[in-house]
Structure formats: structure tokens, C-alpha cells
Design a binder for this molecule. Structure first.
Ligand SMILES: NC(=O)c1ccc[n+]([C@@H]2O[C@H](COP(=O)([O-])OP(=O)(O)OC[C@H]3O[C@@H](n4cnc5c(N)ncnc54)[C@H](O)[C@@H]3O)[C@@H](O)[C@H]2O)c1
Length: 461
């Protein structure tokens, strides 16, 4: 079992703080403007240079919103060239030709053609979720390195195939939860290890949205038809249905293609939480929620609440996680991940960590701390820790930080060049996807789901 680490790690946190904050005498309790400045620590990132000959040729499969963002980011990594694009809607292929104007950009509707090409070293897979496993496995079997968008798989049963294909082919495979490579996550991991919040006992996360687009009512192109969309290929690995442009362009709303709010959003939180804590995942998963507002024929809830039990392990103590998504929340755009420990808490963002330290100070003037024995007249002072507001310390990314998305692509390309490791390999990606997918299973089956994250097995109780 894990040893209690608080004393040693707390000392290490304090000594790092005093070294890290210029002139700070540990965090001051009255925060002046000057102090506030001192409580801001800048997070920096250094990057290697590559030789111009070190070119990596990439193809994009799924050229919609995220695929376009991925390719645009990836080509800013020095030495990366986009050579081919695959999509099932002709409009996206013609947009790609206009956007990436190198004359030799190859475009096709058939991903298998991409995988046959000798000029493609690596592929970015940004299709709807139901294609992730099939295209990933096929790509690795053809020797291509893969950047696959989250969630790594569409169904809990699909993970082992991706893990096995990567092991067999020894290519670099990374799942696209970009927060994994962020300065914020790295800092949070270090702070937790150093005991900055003491023993972790709870984590919570929240996503709030309100707009139609935020709730997945994406625009449907006017020319969408069986002529411009390769519908048969789209449904080749799932339920056969007649052409339906809403199911194609708003795929997240339908269970054949998407994975609901938990596969879309909770999965990012699991990736970050597992990275920061070193956890392999929860063993008990419960979800509830409902379709409250966006009643447009969708098959998935627009409000979802998930609760997760993380067991005691060698790496971390037992803790609870609560996550929520609300697509009917006028505060729109709010989201956070917060981790709570016995000595403080921290909110973790990709470019910022805000740490709150509990101040265990006894206020001698507090009358509740003193009492007199009525018989003897003897006065006692209770030694209890008072609940004074925590001290705050912010770590923010340096000016000009390119962001988590760049870092994630950079790490992937770097691993391809150096035969190195990535932060989110298939095993990690599966362990992040599994609780998100089991959350859906819990919601739809109205059952508590049990999972063995160490051995990657669902347990039926
Ligand atoms: N990392 C992130 O922050 C993030 C953000 C958004 C989306 N995503 C992920 O990216 C993926 C794509 O999401 P999106 O919002 O870009 O969707 P989208 O609908 O905008 O794009 C998907 C594209 O894939 C194409 N497509 C569908 N099946 C295909 C196939 N078999 N072969 C080739 N192309 C195919 C569609 O024509 C479409 O252009 C999803 O898995 C999603 O979860 C990740």
C-alpha cells in the first residue's frame, strides 16, 4: 500500500516555493498588489530545433472542424508537411484544396487509398468516433504513425485492438486530448507530487454551454446530398439506414456515431486527471442526467452528471470524482477541473494552475477556542484548526506560450522523429476513454458500472 507522503512532500513543496518565488517568505496572508505580483509564477517551455531534412509527411483523415484545426497546428511544427486529405463530403475536400494550397495535395474519399501511399509517414484521424478504431488499426498495420482524436474508441470493447496494433507495429500512436501536453497539467502534476494540496480526496469538473453550436446543432451545407456525401462509406461499419444529412453533419447526437457528452467532454477531464494523479482510473462509475432542452431528435442527454470512485493505489489515496455537463446553462463557456486535498485545492487549466493553500492558523482571540470547566474553574484552549480563507498562488504560462494544442502535436512529431514516447499512448487513451464510455452505459442501462482499470476488464456484479 501507498505510504502517507504528506510530511516529506509538504517540505519539498515549501522549499520549492521559496526557491521559485523571488524574495517570497512563503505566501503572505495579506495580499497586496505587490504581493499578488510575487504570487504569480511564470511557467516556461523550451523546445528543440530540428534540421530542415527531418521532414515528416502527414495526411488528414476527417477534414471537419477538429481535423482542420489539428492539421493547421501540426504544420506549424518545423519540418511537417501535409500531403493528403481524406473526407466523405466533397465540400470539405474542395475547402482543403483551397486552404492548403500546395499543388500536390492529394484528396480522396477513401482512407484506404491514403494508407497505401508511400509519401505518407503519419495520419491524423479526426473522423466521428465510430471510425476511430477501424482507421487507427488499419493505419498502424500499414506502418503509419497515428494521431487519433479523442475518445480513442467508440465502444468499451474496442480498446484492446488499438493497443495490440500499436504493440505489434511499434509505431507512435497518440490520442488527441491536447491538455495532456500542456504546461498547466505538468505543473499540477508536479504540485500534487510535492504535496502542495496534501492528500488528494476529491476532484470535480464541469462544462457549461448554451449556444446551438455548443449543443452540436452544426450548420448543414445547402448542397448536402447522396451525390456530395459518401453515405454508404459513412455507415459501412454501423447500422444501415437511408441517407440522412442530419445524422451525417450532426453525428454527435446519435449513438451509432458519437459518444455523447461524456465521450466528447468528460474524456478530456479523465485524461488530465489521470495525467496529474498518475491514476489508471476509477473502479465504480455512476451516471444520471436527461434531455432537458435540445429536443431535436437527438438520442443523448444534454445534461449529464457522473460520479466515480477511485480506489486507493500505490500512486494515490482513494478519492471521489464528480463531473457535470450542462448544455442548457446560460453562463455558457464555463468549465473547470478542480482537485481538492487535505491541505488545499487547485484548479487546473491548460495554461494556468491556481493553488489555494489552507491556512491552519489558530486565532487566539476566538472565544470558541476557550472554555472553562464549571466545577474547577480551569480554562482549556481547544487546539482546533480554524477555517480561515486559503492562500492563493497562481502559475500562468509565459507570454507567447503556443498552447496545449501545439505542444501535443509537437510531442507527437518529436516522438516520431526520435522513436520516443508520447504522453497519451493507446493504453493511457483507453483508460481515459473507458470511464467516459461506461458513464454512457450506466446512464442508458440505469446501472452502476464496475471496471478494473489495472487489467482493463469490465466487471459484472
Ligand atoms: N481534441 C479536441 O479538443 C476535440 C475537439 C473537437 C472534436 N474532437 C474530436 O475530433 C473528431 C471530429 O470532430 P469534429 O468536430 O471535427 O467533427 P466534424 O463533423 O466537423 O468533422 C468530421 C469529418 O469527418 C468526415 N468523415 C466521417 N467519416 C469519415 C470517414 N470514414 N473517412 C474520412 N472522413 C470521414 C466528415 O465528412 C467530417 O468532415 C471527433 O472524434 C471529436 O471527438 C476533438
Amino acid at each position: 500500500m501507498r505510504k502517507k507522503s504528506t510530511e516529506r512532500s509538504r517540505r519539498s513543496f515549501i522549499s520549492n516555493i521559496t526557491k521559485g518565488v523571488i524574495g517570497a517568505t512563503i505566501i503572505p496572508s495579506i495580499v497586496t498588489a505587490k504581493d499578488r505580483k510575487r504570487n504569480l509564477i511564470e511557467l516556461t517551455r523550451s523546445q528543440q530545433n530540428f534540421s530542415a531534412n527531418d521532414q515528416v509527411q502527414v495526411a488528414l483523415i476527417g477534414s471537419g472542424g477538429m481535423g482542420t484545426a489539428d492539421a493547421n497546428t501540426c504544420i506549424t511544427v518545423p519540418g511537417v508537411k501535409l500531403v493528403a486529405v481524406c473526407d466523405l463530403y466533397d465540400g470539405r475536400l474542395s475547402e482543403a484544396k483551397k486552404r492548403w494550397t500546395n499543388n500536390d495535395l492529394y484528396t480522396t474519399r477513401d482512407y484506404l487509398e491514403i494508407l497505401e501511399r508511400k509519401d505518407v509517414d503519419a495520419v491524423i484521424i479526426a473522423t466521428p468516433d465510430h471510425w476511430h478504431k477501424d482507421i487507427s488499426v488499419a493505419a498502424m498495420n500499414k506502418g503509419k504513425h497515428v494521431y487519433c482524436e479523442k475518445p480513442m474508441v467508440h465502444d468499451i470493447t474496442e480498446g484492446p485492438a488499438v493497443i495490440d496494433a500499436q504493440k505489434k507495429n511499434k509505431v507512435v500512436f497518440q490520442v488527441g486530448s491536447q491538455g495532456m501536453s500542456s504546461l498547466g497539467n505538468e505543473k499540477a502534476k508536479q504540485l500534487l507530487k510535492e504535496g502542495a494540496i496534501g492528500e488528494l480526496n476529491y476532484a470535480e469538473a464541469f462544462y457549461a454551454r448554451m449556444s446551438p453550436e455548443g449543443a452540436w446543432q452544426y450548420p448543414i451545407p445547402a448542397d448536402a446530398s447522396p451525390a456530395t456525401v459518401d453515405w454508404d462509406r459513412y455507415i459501412a461499419n454501423t447500422t444501415k439506414r437511408p441517407f440522412d444529412k442530419t445524422r451525417f453533419f450532426r453525428w454527435r447526437n446519435y449513438r451509432d456515431y458519437g459518444t455523447g457528452v461524456s465521450g466528447d467532454l468528460f474524456v478530456h477531464l479523465f485524461s488530465s486527471l489521470h495525467f496529474v494523479t498518475g491514476s489508471v482510473g476509477p473502479n465504480k462509475i455512476m451516471a444520471t442526467g436527461g434531455l432537458r432542452y435540445w429536443k431535436d431528435g437527438r438520442e443523448v442527454p444534454d445534461i449529464m452528471l457522473g460520479m466515480f470512485d477511485y480506489p486507493d493505489t500505490k500512486i494515490h489515496p482513494a478519492f471521489n470524482l464528480s463531473v457535470r455537463v450542462n448544455f442548457v446553462d446560460g453562463t455558457g463557456g464555463t468549465n473547470y477541473l478542480r482537485m481538492v486535498g487535505s491541505e488545499g485545492s487547485m484548479t487546473v487549466e491548460w495554461d494556468k494552475v491556481t493553488l489555494f493553500k489552507n491556512r491552519n492558523i489558530i486565532d487566539a482571540t476566538d472565544p470558541l477556542l476557550k472554555t472553562k470547566n464549571v466545577n474547577t474553574g480551569k480554562e482549556y484552549v481547544y487546539e482546533r484548526k480554524s477555517m480561515v480563507p486559503p492562500e492563493k498562488l497562481e502559475y500562468t504560462a509565459e507570454e507567447g506560450y503556443k498552447g496545449a494544442h501545439f505542444d501535443h502535436h509537437y510531442n507527437w512529431i518529436n516522438a516520431i522523429r526520435n522513436n520516443g514516447e508520447v504522453a497519451e499512448n493507446p493504453l493511457f487513451g483507453y483508460r481515459a476513454a473507458a470511464p467516459a464510455l461506461l458513464c454512457n452505459d450506466s446512464y442508458f442501462s440505469n446501472n452502476i458500472m464496475h471496471w478494473d482499470p489495472e487489467n482493463l476488464k469490465q466487471i459484472n456484479k
